[in-house]
Design a protein around this ligand. Sequence first.
Ligand code: CA
Length: 248
Amino acid sequence: MRADRGVALGPSITDGPAAVPRGRSVRVLVIEDEERLARLIERVLTDERYEVEVALDGARGLARALTGDYDLLILDVMLPGIDGVEICRTLRGRGISTAILMLTARDGVDDRVIGLDAGADDYLIKPFAFAELLARLRALTRRRLDPPESSQLQVEDLVLDLVRHEARRGGRLIELTAREFALLEFLMRHPGQVLTRNQILDNVWNFDADLASNVVDTYVHYLREKIDRHEQSRLIRTVRGVGYAIGR
Ligand code: CA
């Protein structure tokens, strides 16, 4: 049998740049109760030079994750006992900032939103190709190891200057209101990452999400008119049923 249940082995597992930067081993904790899948992930990641540990239930997984000894967490949502969302919420509540990639069911749109709102950094829908899993982990690792400290954020040809408070696309100056700027900054601080409306509301508006759930859509629309409308490549993506992302 070529593929385990719930997993499609992609053809390009060993393609692409090395997963782990030289001289630094990235520690990954896999919390997944489906043992065959967990072991398969362990094997593939070990081949890619990650340092991998596996926890087969939520309680053990949470206990280990609480040590904060890991760079990345691969967390299944559906776990007996303590589920993935609760684990995520608990870790963030205790100040553990380990990057979290959630594994969710195909139709679990709500799982994805709830997971991201609980503090997950990204999610992957089962069944997934390992090439996709590795790509997500590389992106999360890059973000963790090289947090943007500069006064400029850049996504493709869009540059946000945080000191001058200026946005430029391909050199063209874009006039933004303070709220539009704050929204764009939040999106650009998480390039390629899907952000839910609630995450955006909490970070850009700081008021109760229930008050105006469509305010985010309205402002994303304003931003698109200004940065994407006349361009070949559209930078702001809508992820149906989940939220928004900027860049790939
Ligand atoms: Ca499961």
